[in-house]
Ligand binder design. Structure first.
Ligand code: AMP
Ligand code: MG
Length: 310
């Protein structure tokens, strides 16, 4: 078995390959993830997204094919979720600073000001020139809810191109279970219990060749006066999404879709999910505030209490 852990995309990444001993594959995969980070990080002033944000309200910016693809998808998901997912959410993400500022709650006026800058309809994409523009000064993109999924898909591509058939890719919780386990069985992937320490599972998924992506309010949060303030912001209110969910896990083929869907569906809430799940042929596991676990159709529990994909 080959494995590698590395920091990128603002998170910890872990790749395990079970059917090759060619270390070069790991390095190629890591280099591809680093390339995507260099292009899409909102924290690097020379990344595509850094330059796009610095030029908001001014002039279109030429971006790489990678970034253009993710931007197109991010706009699509913003549209189909009617703005529950909104890739221009950055001013609100910055204001709240969940995980950065210490237990900070902005005033209603500050929230309203940041919220007025949000609007995916203000993204102008030119596919011929591969340029992007945000119409108004102060607007800013945030691909944090979708870029890890793209990077996971690209990592899988690198592995498959190099002959790998059995691997687990985990980019900060964006998981792809490639093929089957070396013993020929399905993979078992745990869903984190949102209120227990890392590694304690509330359910186990039993599957092959799928991506599993979770958005959860226990990743970055604080609690004040009984209210949980977390990093999944509802762009329509300007406040952390309040949907009685602790986590949403998406299972499907494409990790970029799963990533955007998990963020979107967390914000939208369980009752609104079915049309998007069927549109993207995705399955979902929901954990509610009272820790009840429910799942979409095409998933059921087997005799070992594992959730299997039908
Ligand atoms: P994830 O963990 O994939 O659900 O993504 C969370 C990240 O997506 C946050 O840290 C923000 O950078 C960004 N984000 C937060 N709220 C939204 C939203 N409503 N739409 C799009 N991106 C968001
Ligand atoms: Mg996401």
């Amino acid at each position: 078995m080959l494995e590698k852990t590395f920091q990128s995309l603002g998170t910890l990444n872990h790749i395990r390959i079970f059917d090759s001993d060619d270390e070069r594959i790991l390095y190629k995969a890591q280099a591809r993830v680093a390339e995507i980070n260099d292009r899409m990080s909102a924290f690097k002033s020379d990344s595509d997204i850094g330059r796009l944000n610095a030029n908001s309200g001014k002039s279109p910016v030429a971006v790489s094919q990678d970034t253009f693809r993710v931007l197109e998808q991010a706009v699509d998901f913003s549209e189909v979720s009617h703005g529950a997912f909104d890739c221009t959410v950055r001013p609100l993400v910055e204001l709240w600073g969940i995980g950065k500022k210490l237990n900070f709650i902005p005033t209603a006026a500050e929230v309203a000001k940041a919220k007025s800058k949000i609007g995916y309809k203000d993204i102008v994409l030119d596919p011929k020139k591969s340029t992007a523009l945000l119409r108004h000064h102060g607007q800013a993109m945030d691909l944090g809810g979708i870029a890890k999924g793209f990077a996971a898909d690209e990592t899988r591509r690198v592995l498959i191109e190099n002959g790998v058939k059995s691997a687990i890719i985990n980019l900060g919780g964006n998981i792809i279970a490639l093929g089957k386990r070396p013993d020929g069985q399905s993979w078992r992937i745990g869903i984190q219990n949102p209120v227990k320490q890392t590694g304690r599972h509330i359910a186990v998924l039993c599957l092959e060749d799928k991506t599993i992506v979770t958005s959860a309010s226990n990743e970055r949060f604080f609690i004040k006066d009984g209210v949980r303030y977390h990093h999944l912001i509802d762009p329509r209110t300007g406040y952390p999404a309040d949907t009685s969910l602790l986590s949403v896990t998406i299972v499907c083929e494409n990790s970029m879709h799963a990533d955007a869907l998990s963020t979107a569906l967390f914000v939208m809430g369980k009752s609104q999910c079915e049309p998007l799940l069927s549109a993207y042929r995705a399955l979902a596991v929901f954990i509610e505030e009272d820790l009840t676990c429910s799942f979409s159709n095409k998933l059921r529990k087997n005799e070992n209490e594992e959730i299997v994909v039908l």
